[in-house]
Structures are given as C-alpha cells and as structure tokens.
Design a protein around this ligand. Sequence first.
Ligand code: 3UK
Length: 518
Amino acid sequence: MRAADLPLAYNAIDILERNLVARADKTALVSDDRSLTFGAVAAEANQVGHALQALDVRPGDAVALLALDSAEWVCAFFGIIKIGAVAASLNTLLTPAEYGYMLRDSRARVAIVGHQLLDRIQAVRHELPDLRHVVVIGGESDAAAGVVSYVYWTAMQPTELAAVTTHREDPCCLNYSSGTTGEPKGILHAHQDLPLTAQLWGVNVLGLREDDRTFAVAKLFFTFGTGGNLIFPWYVGASIVLYPGPPRDAAQILGHIARHRPTVFYNAPTGYGMMLAMPDLTAAEDLSSLRLCVSAGESLPAPIWHGWKERTGLDIIDGIGSTENYHIFLSNRPDDIRPGSSGRPFAGYDLRIVDEAGHDLPQGEVGTLLVRGETAALAYLHQAERSRHTFLGEWLNTGDKYRVDEDGYYWHSGRSDDMLKVGGIWVSPVEVESALISHPVVVECAVIGEVDDRGLMKPKAFVVLSEGHEPGDATTALLLAHCRESMADYKRPRWLVYVAELPKTATGKIQRFRLRQS
Ligand code: 3UK
C-alpha cells in the first residue's frame, strides 16, 4: 500500500469508524474499569468532538492529551482527530516545566488531563495564556480552579458528529521526543501515516487479524503504544487491552494477561527481562492466550529472546521503530527471526547504511542507518534547523549505527549521538548530568550508557566530588534521592563511580567515549 492509494480527503477517524458497519457491537477495548464496543467508542469520541467544537477548537489546533491509558484517552484521541484538530499526546512521566514547554510550543487551548496528573498542569498554568480549558478525567469540576470534569463536559453532547474533511497530509498527531540537549522535539504526523504503518507492519509483517486481542505495556502516548495497541488492531477490527499501571510491575502485568487474555503482547526488552527474573514466571500466571510477542524501543539481547522462548514457548518479534517514522520500519517477522538482530527490511521502507560523508558502506561495515518510507513525520514543529538534520529529503537519518550480516539481517550497533534508550525510553546523559551537578557536593560529572548483566543499557555516572565530601553509600543515596526529585525515576544512574577528574579534550570538552572504554 502507498499513500497515493488513500483518498486525498482522508481522516484517520476511519481507523475507528471502519468497524461500525460490520462490528459496531464487538468489544473494542477492555480495561479494568471500562469495556466499550466500537459503537460506544465512536459515540463517546463524537461527544468529545462536539465538546471541543463548543470550545471553538478548529482544524489544525492542537489539543493536549495527558492521561493514563484508559477508555477516555482513546475516545479523546479520536474525538480530537475527527474534528481535524491535532492530538498532542503527552508523556505521563514528565515534570511541570516540561509540560509547560510542550503546551506553549503546541499552543494548545484545551488540555484533557487525567486526575492523577492534574497538579502538574495546574502548577504551570499561570504561564500558559493560550491554555484556556482544562478537562479532567476521573475528577470533579472545580470552577475556581478552572477545571471541568470529562464526564460532565461530554455527557450532554450529541453522539453523532460529522467528521471534518482533512487532507491525508494534514497533521493528525503530535508526540514530543527528547534529544541530547535543547528542548524536546514535537514530531508531527499526518493522517495517512496511521493506516500506512498499520498495513505495512501491523498486517504485512506482524500478521494481525480480526480475532486478535492486543496488549501493550508501552503506553498510548508513545507511538509504539498508539500504533501497536490502538491503530493497528482497530485497522483490522481486533480488540485491545489497556493497562494504566507501571511498566515495571511484572506480577501485575502477568495478572493482566491472565485476566484479559490477549493474543499479541508488546513490551520493551527491559520488561521481558523483568518478567524473566520472576522465578515462577510460567507457573505463576496463565500465558496460554498469547500467540505472539513484540519487542521494540531498544535492542532485544539474544539471551532474553532465548530465555523467553524457553520459559514460555513464545517467539518475540524485535523491530526497530521511531517516533519520526511513527512505528517499526525494520523488523524480524513471525516466520523469519534472527535473535539479537533487528531483522530484515520489509516492503514500504528502503534502508541505507552510510559513512559520515553519506556514502554507502559495503556489507558488514558499521555506519549510520538512513530510511526512506512514506510514514516519515512532516517535521519537528518549530525546529526547522533540527528538521533539516534529520529529514534529508526522501531519507531520514535515524541516528542509529547498524551493520548487515551476510544473510541480510541488521544488527544495531549503538547511536551516533550520546542518547541512551533505557527501558525503551530516551534518556539524555546531559539531563542526568544537569540533575547531578545541581547538587552542591558535585563539582563535575559525566553520564554514559553501560550494559547491565542482562545486556541492557543503563545510565552510569562518573562523579567528581567537591572537597571535604567522601565517596560512599551515604553520598550515593543522597545523590540518587536528589535525582529522583528533579527528573523521572527511570533516568537515575544505576551506578555512581567517584573519580578525581574526568577525561577532557584540549578545549575542555568531556570525552564520554573515553569513559565508555574505561
Ligand atoms: C531505538 C531500537 C534497537 C533506536 C518506537 C517502535 O522506540 C521507538 O521510538 P522512539 O522515538 O525511539 C527511536 C529509537 O529507539 N530503538 C527503537 N526500537 C529499537 N534500537 N532495536 C530496536 N528494536 O535508537 C531508535 O532510533 O522513542 C519503537 C515503534 C514505535 C516507536 N516510536
């Protein structure tokens, strides 16, 4: 399938509404608190669309969505895109200052926010003149606080709504992703990218079917989650299982699988590692509903692949995706797996491995991976310069280093920047360094990635202490507590190494590569 196969006037509400003819009464989503049919989701999405239009939200406007995975998240997403507005789904793990930046950058007038996250938005609301309306999911209306409850806001609205005609290339959704330094990048995708990735990977590679039931530990605010656990399954009429809980609670995730019986399971390598660490993995819970597992976000070490196969009998399909491409663009496939590799190219994406001058490298050599496909993002919002570095005409620079083996399988060989993927989520070493350095006992520090005993990357900090402060467990505990206060917990260093000085260039730049070799 190509973009040109879609009508010019295309709105990705199609992904939901294509199910209304043949299966309006089929269960579309299940979660612990609500289960909805396709018909019920469509009706609630229409109510959200009306409610947004009543607030004068117009095509092209961004609407922020910041909530745990839930039926409301899904209905809000489709309500937003049906009226031609742009769904800006925000990561639930961030700080108020980061939300402030994203809400300003996207110029959202309305934010739909889960009650657990409301405080983080209210904390910066005074800095956001454009943000006029905050709708709270699972909370009460509070006129003094300028908050209206989602249930109240939607309840009186009609359940029928005419879709706004959008061009297939109109922006549909916006996801923020962090870089090594500087502000996060708002990655804009068009309506056409959703059905395209659904067909190219979800159907052609993974083989999703109408009788599937998907379950992703990766949240809907990541495109790994939105694609894998909403867009692709609904594209084929399959059902989804939502899980609002923490991705690291292996016991709870296993319980969720036993209870809701998904057939397809998505997790990050760290998540599979944690489940494997449970001594009674298969005895503890019933995994018999699963037919296929998917891993993405960072590379899946072969020992985890084999361990999972041994314990559960299941194959894991590892594929590399990115927010810039919306989803997976290079992948293993159910009948063609080489554990430890990212698999082979599939139809819809062309790949090149190039040197620093942009010349193609011979097979076997490590270089930068470029990808050409029709689902590349439109741009980084308000960041023309960075966009030009990533979107190179038809080709997109992934920033990943790869080599191809003699059989055509691609092997991830690190990043061309200093960025780390920890548990499938970006961590900028610069951000961790800034957190550490803001503590008075730290004079200097440098953060790199180090592979743990499961083969997974974690942040490691080298720290120079100020005079009079001793290395040791007490200092480490102090610094870790400080890190937890200033950034999301998964970013904290897993090792702190105290050194007298850091390796530097003649111009005083810290040489992270020398620390990596140490
Ligand atoms: C790394 C991988 C090795 C790689 C994503 C599936 O992770 C996703 O998107 P992000 O924008 O990050 C992209 C970067 O993450 N990466 C992802 N998957 C793999 N490295 N093996 C893998 N299997 O550095 C890539 O450039 O957060 C993953 C689907 C949708 C996504 N957005």
